[in-house]
Design a protein around this ligand. Structure first.
Ligand code: MSP
Length: 510
């Protein structure tokens, strides 16, 4: 069984912003968690390169669409490498490989008698690449998301018979496991219950798109093309690049993780397209919230973006990941605030986690010959039970995609261990020779807790996790061994401890 997880395929109208980094970091964490659990994972990301929005952006930059897409796609690719994102496939929708799969797929939908020619009239948002249902409700024909005027379109387009799939889609969206979180499912159920309307899947007067076979002058609507990127990505770099080959590698996808603004495409249009082609719909679609800044959606079109590369070079990936993953509950909106960012990473990472390790390894080195104490009980009942509870709760939350709660579970474990250390005060006890044994046991318990904290942090903060393991002289734990190592008492007594280095520096709020 392969666990397939996807990010949205990002528009290349501009370089990545913190919103796209956010989605990608979540997927990365879920991909890493599933790999650590021993699953075979296929983590797909990539870029969405066609359509009017990209054509216009290229034009404004004085570039051909091809040249523009090459440049921005490359930035996305390099960006994910810089953030150490563990993607397996990076799909570009302008690639030949993808184009041939779109053609193959279209033939299947056509042979299901689900394509017809019609006239599309309506108000269009180029930013969303979407016709808006009810422009009268949005003030002065503006897109409520992009705050830009809608454009009137009236052209002959090919239509997809979405209405035919009313019953199937109703059934799908009624399944509580299909759309997450729950509130978003209700929105979609509501939309579906109003009756699905056929939608246009081709454009005329748009060169920058995939041509529709046997329909001169028509290119595919960018969403019809882009959604298929999730499937074409699978056979990328494989010997057999056909639609069937893609589908044979573990489709359907386990999880499409997307922003809430594009839920309808993923939870309604996409499954219907797939059903029409005789392909299973994805198992789950999760619509996360928006990152805001000053209460406004952060977005390329709005010009209020936080440069993720600046954040990365200034603070490093672990701090940013911790803030985004722990402080924002997946599904809810989150506001990026500088002061809160500094407070959270200082308290949680530098003080609670970093300091705990640092002071304990220092004490152990000083009192026990630069090593983990020996002659102790590695199976202290209280810690065994506490760690088991922690691990179970962490895994259960992760399996519900509640990364934030898993982070909190690790953090509260670290807080408890800090309290234990502060209550026991081994630095006072050590002054009396008779307390030697007790001190050894306390230090062992805290060091062993640190080992577990490192393992639990592995899918969340891989870099920090590796640093902790290194300071405990633990070799890297590969995916097959992670779960087996997540058991109390495996830190070998008398293991040599290297000289401690601060794990993560405290930040000053500027
Ligand atoms: N190209 C389409 C997706 C096609 S998938 C087959 C697209 N691209 S996008 O670049 O505009 O957006 C990609 C994702 O980033 C969307 O899920 C969107 O919701 C998300 N984000 C964009 N701005 C965001 C924030 N400010 N905060 C969090 N995520 C947001 O839509």
């Amino acid at each position: 069984m392969t666990y397939i997880i996807t990010t949205p395929l990002y528009y290349v109208n501009d370089k990545p912003h913190l919103g796209s980094v956010y989605t990608t970091i979540i997927c990365d964490t879920l991909a890493k968690f599933n790999r650590l659990k021993g699953e075979k994972v296929l983590f797909i990301t990539g870029v969405d390169e066609h359509g009017l929005k990209i054509q216009r952006t290229a034009q404004n930059n004085g570039l051909t669409p091809e040249k523009h897409c090459d440049e921005i796609s490359n930035i996305f690719y390099t960006n994910w490498k810089n953030w150490n994102i563990s993607f397996d496939k990076f799909i570009r929708t302008s690639s030949k490989h993808h184009i041939s799969i779109v053609h193959e797929f279209y033939k299947k939908v056509k042979s299901s008698n689900d394509i017809y020619m019609g006239v599309q009239k309506g108000w269009y948002c180029v930013g969303c690449e979407e016709f808006k249902d009810n422009p009268d409700n949005s003030s002065s024909y503006q897109c409520p998301i992009h705050k830009k005027p809608l454009e009137w379109k009236n052209e002959e387009n090919l239509f997809f018979r979405l209405s035919k799939y009313q019953r199937d889609i109703e059934e799908l969206v009624n399944n509580p496991e299909f759309i997450k979180p729950k509130e978003r499912r209700n929105e979609i159920k509501n939309f579906v219950s109003k009756g699905l309307k056929d939608f246009s899947i081709s454009r005329t007067n748009l060169n920058w798109g995939i041509s529709v076979p046997d329909e001169k002058g028509h290119t595919f609507y960018v969403w019809f093309d882009a959604l298929l990127g999730y499937i074409s990505a699978i056979s990328l770099n494989e010997a057999n690049k056909s639609l069937n080959s893609s589908l044979s590698h573990g489709w359907p996808a386990n999880l499409h993780l997307i922003g809430k603004d594009i839920l309808r495409f993923h939870a309604v249009y996409w499954p219907a397209m797939l059903l029409s082609a005789g392909i299973s719909p994805p198992k789950k679609v999760f619509g996360h919230g928006f990152l805001t800044r000053e209460g406004m959606k952060m977005g390329k079109s709005l010009g209020n973006v936080l440069d993720p590369n600046l954040l990365l070079s200034k603070y490093g990936e672990d701090r940013v990941r911790w803030y985004l993953l722990k402080d924002i509950s997946l599904g809810s909106d989150g506001d990026f605030q500088d002061k809160r960012f500094v407070d959270i990473v200082n308290n949680d990472l530098a003080n609670t986690i970093g300091n705990l390790l640092n002071r304990t390894t220092s004490m152990s080195r000083k009192w026990f010959n630069n090593a983990v104490p020996k002659g102790i009980n590695v199976n202290d009942d209280f810690f065994k039970e506490l760690s088991e509870k922690t691990i179970t709760s962490y895994i259960t939350n992760f399996e519900k995609d509640d990364i934030s709660e898993s982070c909190n579970v690790v953090l509260s474990f670290a807080i408890k261990i800090n309290l234990y250390l502060n209550e026991k005060k081994p630095w006072v006890l050590i002054k009396d020779e008779n307390n030697q044994h007790e001190v050894k046991q306390i230090i062992y318990n805290v060091l062993e807790s640190n080992r577990l904290i490192a393992l639990l942090l592995k899918p969340i903060l891989t870099d920090l996790s590796n640093k902790i393991l290194k300071q405990l002289s633990q070799s890297d734990v590969n995916n097959e061994k992670w779960r087996d190592n997540l058991v109390w008492g495996l830190l070998e007594p008398d293991t040599n401890l290297p000289k401690p280095v601060p794990l993560i520096e405290k930040l000053e709020y500027e």
